[in-house]
Design a protein around this ligand. Structure first.
Ligand code: GLU
Length: 429
């Protein structure tokens, strides 16, 4: 695995370039993020001391619209990671055909070590530094790993205060009371679920016979597991950063979600009313979970969990990337050789940004939709994007990631081409 995650991401672009109609100079454009902001955020801590946190915001490409993407609070954030995540956002928005380019932000921090007030000061401080870089028609942040609606609310409030205008469209994933959209909370997991439902049709699956392991039990993991469980899929393993649990018979997912939300740990329990009982399960590691003999593996946490070190041991038949970048570029060919279908991140987790787009549209219009409207519009977008990518994969006999990249790159190339000057010179020569 390359240590530089952005360079690793570019390998996937190079692989797809030959299957797209993009000019080499367009591919070259996409290799370089447009702009990157590095910021130092001073935060007054509760004990009176001052701490400076390092943050980033990257705008990868805005040819298809304002840049869009989350802000991550995590100790492992780096500029290279934020660049990779912004690059994937450009492709993700293009795959599902929503009018955005890609952006991303991050702060190097362990948010679990901060008090509520420290977290609020940090979130407001991020906006203070980024205020000229973002905007409803420029760059629109959203939640990502370890950020949530509460944080988006503080950020939107700070932006509105600084600009002295009520500006909900500057950020998405907000609380409903501050202009958030119904259905944004479970949108990432729901989008992945809609992809799995399309595959279910293609493979003629009976959900009760399909075993699923979910690595990461945050927003995306909990919701995709809950939706699959409700349809009868057998969720046999889940994990969080502390470890994993396995149960051959499958888990009652609502009880797991209840336990996770009340104890911040995944615990095998069964809850009826307020009474929860422990149920037996094997405790395994996150690494063991990745190698379980299941039908569907859903990495739903961070990058680089499937690498050349463990790809050969993956036994799942299908991997659904609810996380961004869980498979390194060099691990991909190993999975391909072993006939493992990968529904790639830029498609599988695009439900989040799609409902963010709906939120932004509602903010612009000041007219708010029902949950049914949001979910049926999301379903339509995910269904058609999945099938477009699936058909390209079959027609060209290529990996599903390469097919998704080819589709995205074509859409980006069309926008870049329409704005550019390349054709003047092509006609002259
Ligand atoms: N952070 C999410 C992602 O990686 C959502 C981004 C958004 O809603 O703008 O897709």
């Amino acid at each position: 695995m390359s240590k530089d995650i952005y360079q690793d991401a570019l390998k996937q672009l190079d692989r797809a370039a030959q299957h797209s109609h993009a000019e080499p100079e367009t591919i070259e454009r996409l290799r370089h993020p447009q702009t990157a902001l590095e910021m130092s955020i001073p935060v007054r801590m509760d004990d009176g001391s001052l701490k400076i946190f390092k943050g980033y915001r990257v705008r990868h490409n805005d040819s298809r619209g304002p840049t869009k993407g989350g802000i991550r609070f995590h100790p492992d954030v780096s500029l290279s990671e934020v660049k990779a995540l912004a690059f994937w956002m450009s492709l993700k928005c293009a795959v599902v055909g929503i009018p955005y380019g890609g952006g991303k932000g991050g702060v190097i921090v362990d948010p679990k070590s901060l008090s509520r007030l420290e977290l609020e000061r940090l979130s407001r401080g991020f906006i203070e530094q980024a205020v000229d870089f973002i905007g409803p028609l420029k760059d629109i942040p959203a939640p990502d790993v370890y950020t949530n609606a509460m944080i988006m609310g503080w950020m939107m409030d700070e932006y509105s205060k600084i600009t002295r205008t009520y500006n909900p469209g500057v950020i998405t994933g907000k609380p409903i009371s501050m202009g958030g959209s119904l259905g944004r909370d479970d949108a990432t997991g729901r989008g992945a679920y809609y992809c799995i439902k399309e595959l279910e049709k293609k493979r003629g699956w009976n959900p009760s016979e399909i075993t699923v392991a979910v690595q990461g039990f945050g927003n995306a993991g909990q919701h995709v597991a809950s939706l699959l469980h409700a349809d009868g899929y057998k969720i046999v393993a889940v994990s969080d950063s502390q470890g994993a649990i396995y149960r051959k018979e499958g888990f009652d997912v609502p009880s797991l979600v209840h336990a996770k939300q009340s104890t911040r740990k995944v615990q095998p329990v069964y809850c009826e009313g307020t009474v929860c009982e422990g149920i037996p399960a094997d405790h395994i590691t996150n690494e063991e979970l990745i190698e379980l003999d299941v039908d569907v593996l859903i990495p739903a946490a961070l990058e680089n969990v499937i690498t050349t070190d463990n790809a050969e041991n993956v036994k799942a038949k299908v991997i659904v990337e609810a996380a961004n970048g869980p498979i390194t570029a060099d691990a991909d060919p190993i999975l391909e050789k072993n006939n493992i279908l990968v529904i790639p991140d830029i498609l599988a987790n695009a439900g989040g940004v799609t409902v963010s787009y709906f939120e932004w549209v509602q903010n612009k219009n000041g007219y708010y939709w029902s949950l049914e409207d949001v979910q049926s519009k999301l379903h339509n977008i995910m269904r058609s994007a999945f099938n477009e990518v699936y058909n390209i994969m079959q027609e060209k006999n290529i990996h599903m990631r390469t097919a998704a990249y080819a589709l995205a790159v074509n859409r980006l190339a069309d926008a870049i081409h329409a704005q550019g000057t390349h054709s003047y010179f092509a006609e002259i020569s």
